[in-house]
Structures are given as C-alpha cells and as structure tokens.
Design a protein around this ligand. Sequence first.
Ligand code: AMP
Length: 425
Amino acid sequence: MPTFRAPRGTRDLLPADRAPFTRLERIARDLALRYGYHEMETPLFEQGAVFERGIGEATDVVEKELFRVAPSRGEERERWALRPEATAGICRAYVEHGMQTWPQPVRLTLTGPMFRYDRPQAGRYRQFWQWDVEAIGDPGPAVDAELVVLGARFYREAGLDDVEVLLNSIGDATCRPAYVAELAAYFRRHEAALPDVERARLATSPLRLLDSKEPAMAALVAAAPKITDRLCEACAAHFAAVRDHLDALGIPYRIEPALVRGLDYYTRTAFEFYRHGAEGQQQALGGGGRYDGLVELLGGKPTPGIGFALGLDRVVLALEAAGADAAPVGTPIAVVVGADPADTAGRLAVATRLRDAGLAVGADLSARRLGRQLEAAVRDGARFAVILGDELGDGAVQLRDLDAAAQKLVLVDDLVALLRRKSAG
Ligand code: AMP
C-alpha cells in the first residue's frame, strides 16, 4: 500500500490517460477557433459568492457540492470556492473587465478542471474536465442554434456518432413563475408518492423535481404540466425560432419538456447531449442553456447570454466503451545513445542539436552500457538510435534502425535532414 494516494474522486492522468484528453482539447480548440470563440482563463477558485449568486444557493452544486477553500493565513475571511463550472466565473470576468463595451456578443471558451464535492462513482468525479463555450450579449435565437450545432459537431469529430440533442425552453420571468406554481401544486397533490429527497426539494425548487433521477418519479414527471405548453408569447416565439434554425441546418433534436438543468440561472433555451439510449441516467455528456439574468445577478448591466459545458471525462469513457483506438502517446523518432556511458555531455549536445531543429528526440542520460541504452530506446518506441562512438571524431555517428536492426554511418550534419524525412514518412 503506498503511503499517499490521490484524493478520493480524483485521479492521476498518466501519459496514456492524458493522451485522449489532449486529443479532445485539440478538437475543442480547433472548433472554437473556427466558430469565432476566443480562449480565456479564469482562476480555479473564486469568491464563493460568485457561485452562490450565479448558480443559486438552493442548487445541489452550491448547497452540497461546492468545494470551499480556506487560506492558511492572511485573507482568512475570504470565502473562496473551487470552480464547479465555468459560466459564473466567465460572467464575473465579463462584468469586471467591462466586456459589455466590446462588440457583442463576446464569444469565449475555456477548457479545464472543475471541482464538485459529490459522491464519486462511474463518470462522476470530484475533479473533472470541461470544455466550456459562452456567447454573451446576444439574445438569440440564432446563436442558440449555433451553440447546439457546435456541441453536436464536437462529439462527431471526437468519434461519437450516436449523440442526441435534447432541447427545451424553460421560459423566463414572465411565464416561469406561474408554471412553477402550477408544478408545485401538482406535486403537492401527489406528495404522498414523493420520495423523501424530492419532498424536501418541493419547498425550495419544484422545478428540480423534473430532473429527478429517482425511478419512483418517472411516471409523475411524465404526467406533470409541461412548460412547453405554458410559455409566454415571447418565449414561445424564441423557442420556435431556435427550432427553425436547427431545422434549416438539418440538425436533429428531441424536445424534452422535463429538461430543466440543475442551475438556477437558466432562461429559455436549455439543451443536453446524451448518447442514444442513455437519457435519464446520470450520464449527460454535456449541457447548456441561456442565462439572460446572470450577468445582472453578478453586478453587470442586464445582458443576455448562452453557453454550454461538455464533460470531457465522459467522452473519454464513452470512446473507451465504444472501443475507439487509443490516442497515440507521443514517441520520439530517435534516442541518442553512446558507447561511452560517461559521455552524457556528448549525447545531450547531439540531442539538443536535433531538438533545436524541431525533432522529437530522446537522450539516454544514464550511465548504463550501450546494450542497455539500446534496449531502453526500443522500449520508448523510438524508430532509430543515434549511436555516438569513435566516429564522432570525424563528425559521424551510427544511425540504427531499431525495427530492422540495421545501421549505417551518417554525418552529424546530415542527421537533421535524414530524421526529418523519416519523421514525415
Ligand atoms: P453540468 O454543469 O452539471 O450540466 O455539467 C456539464 C457536464 O459536465 C455534464 O454533462 C458532465 O458531462 C460533466 N460533469 C458534471 N459533473 C461531473 C462530475 N462530477 N464528474 C464528471 N463529469 C461531470
């Protein structure tokens, strides 16, 4: 048993585990760029109030899952928390840096770890990775469709082609309060049938009962009043226009009136991505929605916004389950080894010259004998070994093809061009 282990709900991503994340991050970055979203970063921790206010005090994410952090000295009274999601921090930054004076909408994206103090289980970690995309300052509906398309496209490019879009509108301050009251009355009529946890939630957030994962709730939720039938005229028109835009693009989606998302700040458009057949389990691959009240809640001028967060860990798990080829872990084209174990300076010098030329090259800096160095080069997956020996005096080395176990004399001056050709081929 090792003395120390990574905390429960977290894990080390060893190189083979990191590689698929790197691949997904590249796809996300490339897509974001193509769609005109600009990368930014926010701190991994914020004043807790950013999340309390931005996400909502009565949400699971804030009430139960927020990771509070206390500094060991100095600003002890700061109540910080690790970010459980990116939207609230990005909107805080939008207000703080006066982005409302920039051309609107401001299209932003970030990729990074999020933290939630949840019960760890399959696909649910205390530290996990999200790709987050936000368009702030556009009331939609076209930009709503743009984001749904961007999310769906990410899954396709990642290699998951059975991902479905679930779509809903959850109204706004005009129509939602009456709907929530009607929903609360409906659930109160069925209070006896509610599981304890849902009965407790009924008082604070009746909407969230629609999101319940309790099997006993399925029939009740199916028969509950539907927000889609009770949208005010403006919300109904917005929802219809979002669908028109998606239809015009030929993007399939399914309307899911019980889709409310777990965070308080959503208005109108809400959507989630699921693998076909996995809906209703705790396995959303990603989700997003419109948050027209959030910027104002965080102290800015009323500003509409919409965004999504896609969980990368779950995409990696889904790709593994689908038997997708593992992402390649970078291997060197060559490793520089030497007949004189003590001459680490010589090996480092040649390797540095090759690395300066942009080649991925290892250097054996151990004091082992040549045979052992060559074995290690093979284990590293290198295609060639650059062997330094007596020929170095004449500016030459042996270049050994490790697969063919054949070698030839090559001038150091010719090595770069030769290895470049081999890298390309
Ligand atoms: P949410 O903000 O809760 O809708 O989360 C957006 C996405 O992040 C989800 O659809 C998941 O893919 C992912 N996600 C959320 N919480 C976790 C977690 N604890 N562990 C792994 N992935 C998560």
